[in-house]
Design a protein around this ligand. Structure first.
Ligand code: SAH
Ligand code: SF4
Length: 358
């Protein structure tokens, strides 16, 4: 039913790689194609500054994109979730969030599934199917932009662990930030990691200097190892060291995210450990009350979202320790588009559409 890619796909190629692929065409032709992709044209036919025979030749030899929107779900709170079908039939999800100031943020996936297996995360429970290539990551942004032209920010907080797919993600970031095409500022891009030391070290050494969020959850090592097994091979003291190095290089505040699980990681020990972990770093703590996913169990006990009382008490404890705390508003729950709820199958199947011209 599904075909593996037969023609090379152009969407995720940084300009230099695109120029190489299109050789012997001159570089300025590659620049034109690069700009058209940034504008989200749906076919070579729309590239009106290329002669028609050239458009036809390119169409014979290459594909512009490799994914299609399979379905779209909207939550009354303004969140839009796209189910995107990849060339091999795999499905991923990308979400458009609207904040209090009506700013739009694209939340993108970097892998189909995730190998890290955090016990509270739906994506984690299904394991890793495969990593996405740079075009598949970029196209999520293009698909979202076809329904909302003004996207202010990008966060890599969808399915998967971005730092386990760094080479492809770097290509996508090169395309997103290239002033000859999309020209997005690195300051508007944030990557969220479960805590892969080698990946953060690589970012610190070679960039790009995007915003960094660490899904800390708790800084109590023993508890974190049970909730997020990635801790066993990426111990917190070393993680802190590489965060420090990254911050020295990049100079931006690091976000420490903590999913709050009722009666599990909102104890005095957790606020103490979190404050100790944060000391010496410039951080903001972002609390995310756990978004319910049915049937999730931790050591024999069903996971639950904390009550308002539990949340505010924990916030107060952290603030008393001098930490700046923000709380993520609940968005997209009606369509399972909230943090940690990605990875389920949609109920309805609809025909597909490609990115549209803007
Ligand atoms: N793998 C990366 C990025 C994707 S997960 C990471 O872990 O950072 C994005 C965020 O969703 C993480 O902060 C994660 O802790 C949070 N999350 C996972 N499951 C959740 C759930 N059920 N409710 C609320 N947040 C959740
Ligand atoms: Fe993977 Fe992030 Fe989910 Fe953990 S929280 S399983 S790292 S997607």
């Amino acid at each position: 039913m599904y075909h593996t890619q037969v023609k090379p796909v152009l969407s995720g190629l940084p300009l230099e790689a695109l120029a190489e692929t299109l050789k012997p065409l001159p570089k300025f032709r590659a620049e034109q194609v690069f700009r058209w992709i940034a504008r989200g044209v749906s076919s070579f036919q729309e590239m009106t500054n290329l002669a028609i025979p050239l458009r036809e030749d390119l169409e014979r030899r290459f594909s512009l994109y490799s994914s299609v929107i399979a379905e779209r779900a909207e939550d009354p709170d303004g969140t839009v979730k796209l189910y995107i079908r990849l060339h091999d039939g795999e499905r991923i999800e990308a979400v458009l969030l609207t904040d209090g100031e009506r700013r739009k943020t694209a939340c993108l996936s970097t892998q189909a599934g995730c190998p890290l297996g955090c016990v509270f995360c739906k994506t984690g429970t299904r394991g890793l199917t495969r990593s996405l290539d740079s075009g598949e990551i970029l196209e999520q942004f293009l698909h979202l932009r076809s329904i909302e032209p003004e996207i202010a920010n990008i966060v890599f907080m969808g399915m998967g662990e971005p730092l386990l797919n760094l080479p492809e993600l770097r290509k996508t970031l090169a395309v997103l930030t290239d002033s000859r095409g999309l020209g997005l500022s690195k300051r508007r891009i944030t990557l969220s990691t479960g805590g892969i030391i080698a990946g953060i070290r690589s970012l610190a050494a070679a960039g790009p200097e995007v915003g960094l969020a660490l899904s800390l959850t708790t800084a109590d090592s023993a508890l974190r190892s049970r909730l997020m097994p990635v801790t066993l091979s990426n111990p917190l003291p070393y993680l802190k060291e590489v965060l420090y190095d990254y911050q020295q290089r990049q100079g931006r505040r690091i976000t420490l995210e903590a999913v709050l699980l009722e009666g599990i990681n909102t104890r005095q020990e957790d606020s103490d450990a979190l404050a100790a972990f944060a000391s010496g770093l410039e951080v903001v703590v972002n609390l995310i009350p756990w978004n319910p996913v049915e049937g999730m169990v931790f050591e024999g006990r069903a996971l639950r979202e904390p009550s308002e009382r539990e949340i505010t008490a924990y916030i107060r404890r952290l603030e008393r320790r001098g930490l700046k705390v923000t709380r993520r508003r609940r968005k997209g729950r009606g369509i399972a588009g909230a943090c940690g709820q990605l990875g389920g199958a949609p109920e309805v199947r609809q025909p597909c559409s490609g990115p549209e011209a803007d």
